[in-house]
Design a binder for this molecule. Structure first.
Ligand code: HEM
Length: 306
């Protein structure tokens, strides 16, 4: 009898172990390779899947390397701020994907498709964040579905300021240096997006900064600081496309955007009333993303009292 119990226990352990081993194998290898085949069949290009890490190791090595030295004020900032994404676009073109560990993330560069993703908030959700992040910062930005809709409805009126005049200069700053350089969305069922069939498990990347720096959209002066491009309003400058979205777009657009614009204007007005300022020679141009885009060694200014 005892032997029977023992062998049953052994069998149960072996079964649990094999199920566990199968799900790990599926997670780290079989599923990523299946997703990769599906994306390549549709003409999307990217690095071959590398076990577990995908492109993450290469990304962190490149980031460390580019962050070790500043650039010139006239240099393109994309290779410094989003090095791997930039390299991938150069090698593979706009229809490309990157590996965030075992999950491929497809880049969406067509403003029409960006609009579709950002409109369908309940289909393209924010990827589940680490439970620790939720513990530290839980709120509207991390909620989804009904909980998000309920909280958004409650909070919205607090941010509903009178519509402000478009501030060309701030818009141009936000175009060239969007604090949030890209948005990521996850899908939880097979989804059609334009000509693409995205299988469950794929992530979608809306590379805000790359769209803001796209010559085809903005013209030959794309890299220049030219606030005049917004002189006839946002829709004229963007040709009514979702090609400028520093605060995101659609139902999940930044709830604090009017507040942020007002705050920036007030800060500028208060400084300009009292000081003139210029860039200090000690300033080194080194834009970097640490959650948001910022100057790696600070913004050195020389203020002169008026
Ligand atoms: C220049 C300043 C700001 C920029 C560029 C910015 C940008 C963004 C972006 C891109 C998103 C969408 C994130 C995503 O969907 O993954 C977002 C969401 C959000 N922002 Fe901002 N933001 C700014 C300032 C603020 C301020 C001042 C507040 C509050 C006082 C704020 C509160 C929020 C909240 C609560 C959300 C989540 C909205 C939702 O999920 O429904 N933001 N912001």
């Amino acid at each position: 009898m005892e032997i029977t119990y023992k062998s049953f226990a052994l069998f149960a352990c072996a079964l649990i172990l094999s199920i566990w081993a199968w799900s790990v194998l599926n997670w780290v290898w079989l599923r990523p390779k299946k997703l990769e085949r599906c994306l390549r069949k549709q003409g999307l290009k990217g690095n071959s899947y590398r076990l577990l890490y995908g492109d993450l190791k290469e990304n962190s090595m490149m980031t460390k390397e580019v962050n070790s030295r500043p650039i010139n004020l006239s240099d393109d900032i994309l290779p410094r701020v989003i090095p791997l994404s930039h390299k991938s676009a150069v090698i593979h073109g706009n229809n490309s994907f990157m590996w965030l560990g075992p999950r491929p993330r497809v880049n969406i560069m067509d403003p029409e498709l960006v609009k579709e993703v950002l409109s369908l908030n309940f289909n393209y959700k924010k990827p589940k964040s680490n439970p620790l992040v939720k513990f530290l910062a839980n709120g509207l930005a991390s909620h989804d579905d009904e909980l998000w809709a309920k909280h958004r409805k409650i909070i919205n009126p607090a941010f509903h300021l009178e519509k402000l005049k478009v501030t060309m200069i701030l818009y141009e700053v936000l175009r060239l240096y969007p604090p949030v350089v890209q948005l990521t969305r996850a899908i939880y069922e097979d989804t059609k997006l334009g000509g693409l069939s995205l299988p469950t498990g794929v992530l979608v990347c809306l590379p805000i900064m790359r769209l803001h720096h796209d010559r085809d959209i903005w013209g030959d002066d794309v890299k220049e600081f030219n606030p005049e491009r917004f002189s006839e309003g946002l829709s004229k400058a963007t040709k009514k496309q979702v090609s400028f979205f520093p605060f995101s777009w659609g139902p999940r657009v930044c709830i604090g955007q009017n507040f942020a614009m007002l705050e920036a204007k007030m800060a500028m007005a208060m400084i300009l009333q009292r000081f003139s300022f210029e860039l200090s020679p000690s300033y080194t141009h080194a834009p970097v993303t640490v959650l948001t885009l910022r100057p790696q060694h600070g913004a050195h200014l020389i203020l002169k009292k008026l």
